[in-house]
Design a protein. Structure first.
Length: 88
């Protein structure tokens, strides 16, 4: 790598405030806030609104949308003839 053109890459703690969960990883993200980690060292901390612990996709709380009903409602509203595949 060419020196002097790349951002600093080092350990950073990402903290999900909603789920009270934090994890240590390496990143180029920076922050003025710091936190003392489990190993006793102090690392910069980046607060995030959502992570794999609180995201509905990963927790299994995702809502299932009725896409078939939405398509039928759209076709009724805008006059699409489903048999012929034509507008009108």
């Amino acid at each position: 790598m060419q020196p002097g053109i790349h951002p600093a890459y080092g350990p950073v703690v990402f903290r999900d405030r909603a789920a009270n969960h934090a994890f240590l990883t390496r990143s180029t993200a920076t922050s003025d806030k710091t936190v003392e980690w489990e190993d006793g060292a102090t690392y910069p901390v980046v607060d995030v609104e959502i992570s794999n612990v609180s995201h509905p996709f990963y927790t299994g709380n995702a809502r299932v949308l009725d896409t078939a009903g939405r398509v039928e409602r759209f076709e009724r509203r805008y006059g699409r003839d489903a048999r012929r595949g034509e507008a009108g």
